[in-house]
Design a protein around this ligand. Structure first.
Ligand code: GLA
Length: 389
């Protein structure tokens, strides 16, 4: 469904639930990261794009003051948050992404407007496509619309990241929330996670597409592995005597190899290499050098699988199938995307071969794993928006 239709659908759900018309409709996209994985919390570079999958909210001023009510139109579940006091964690679990954002606005000294909200999301849950960042940024966009006060986009992304960190317990970096706020149609976003500077990298060549392959193996980042990787990177930086791995070179790491455990060495090798690959990939996209970008994607996957150990069997199977199809069959490159341990892979493919490639991946993946993959294509989409009613 196109974004406009989705907006109309959620507005109709609002009307059904609350018996009146919605006044604001807002949406925020999920993302796929083309390259630059596990680099954001190391002050490095990332190259994500917003996808045509969204969290959408329709809302109006609440009938009851001091209350923020949310109706989940897909799971038919409602919850009400008391906004007359500092918002804290609570139930149901998914409400914490919203609660965290409301608390963030309160911490800025802003009064939260009492709202009735209907909500839905087309970002697959637990698919590594940032369904949670989409929900957070959507909430923040709604607060902006309802108060008529926009906040600086960087501040907005950071507020949403804090919500994820403090209310959902994931010590994530800044990538997901930044791209959901700042995505632009037909562009990737090269984000410097240290300075927060962003560069839009045009990707409008109609001869290529990004194919997103959901392994349908759920990824769960609060399981501790993510925090462990982060800690290992910090250990490496400390041993190297740098503020973060962004400041370290491959040579420096080799010289210090004897002073760290094998695991810490491998983690650092991934991060240092991945930051370099990301910068090169952005140049490759600018030059429409698709074979070059594809090779960097394969190298990224190998490093995430071997050195960083965040891939899983199913993701590796998708990448193997893509490699088998190869350049001749229309695949330039493929890699896991997002935090890892399941979720999605992303492949850079020739537009003319999308159908055959999708069918081949679906069939071979089913044979090799017994699981049905979900496969779709997305053009780079725009970031969070207020939709016209
Ligand atoms: C998750 C986090 C991001 C980033 C990726 C790995 O998506 O939310 O901040 O660290 O993992 O690149």
């Amino acid at each position: 469904m196109k974004l406009k239709e989705l907006g109309a659908h959620v507005a109709a759900e609002f009307q059904k639930k609350y018996g009146r018309q919605a006044r604001w409709i807002v949406a925020a996209p999920g993302r796929v990261n083309v390259i630059g994985e596990h680099t954001d919390y190391n002050d490095g570079f990332v190259l994500p794009m917003a996808i045509e999958r969204y969290a959408i909210m329709a809302a109006d001023t609440a009938a009851v003051p001091e209350k923020f009510s949310i109706y989940d139109t897909q799971f038919k579940e409602s919850t009400t948050i008391d906004i007359s006091v500092p918002v804290t964690k609570g139930q149901p679990k998914w409400s914490n992404y919203i609660r965290g954002v409301l608390a963030g606005f309160q911490n800025r000294g802003q009064k939260i407007p009492a709202l009735d909200v209907a909500f839905m999301s087309t970002v697959p849950l637990g698919g590594g496509l940032s369904s949670s960042a989409a929900l957070e940024v959507c909430t923040a966009t709604l607060i902006e619309a309802a108060t008529g006060r926009e906040i600086d986009p960087v501040e907005k992304a950071l507020l949403c990241q804090k919500a994820e960190y403090e209310f959902a317990g994931v010590p994530c970096g800044i990538m997901d929330q930044f791209i959901s706020v700042m995505g632009r149609e037909n562009h990737l976003l090269l984000l410097d996670c240290r300075s927060h500077e962003t560069q839009l990298v045009p990707m409008s060549d109609p001869s290529v597409e990004l194919l997103i392959v959901n392994t349908n193996v759920k990824h769960e980042l609060s399981g501790g592995e993510y925090a462990q990787r982060r800690a290992q990177c910090e250990t490496a930086a400390k041993i190297l005597g740098v503020a973060s791995l962004r400041d370290a070179t491959a040579d420096q790491l080799e010289r210090a190899k004897g002073r760290m455990s094998e695991v810490v060495y491998c983690r650092a090798r991934h991060v240092i290499g991945e930051i370099e690959r990301t910068v090169h990939a952005a140049e490759g996209v600018r030059a429409s050098n698709w074979p070059g970008v594809g090779n960097l994607m394969y190298a990224s996957h190998a490093s995430l699988r071997g050195d960083y150990e965040v891939s899983c069997k199913e993701l590796d199977v998708v990448v193997e199938i893509a490699e088998e199809i190869g350049y001749k069959g229309g695949v330039y490159g493929c890699r896991m995307t997002g935090g890892g341990f399941g979720g999605c892979a992303v492949a850079l493919v020739k537009t003319e071969s999308v159908e055959t490639i999708s069918q081949k991946i679906a069939a071979d993946y089913k044979t090799k794993t017994g699981i049905e993959a979900t496969i779709f294509v997305s053009r780079p989409a725009a970031g969070a928006t207020v939709l016209e009613i």
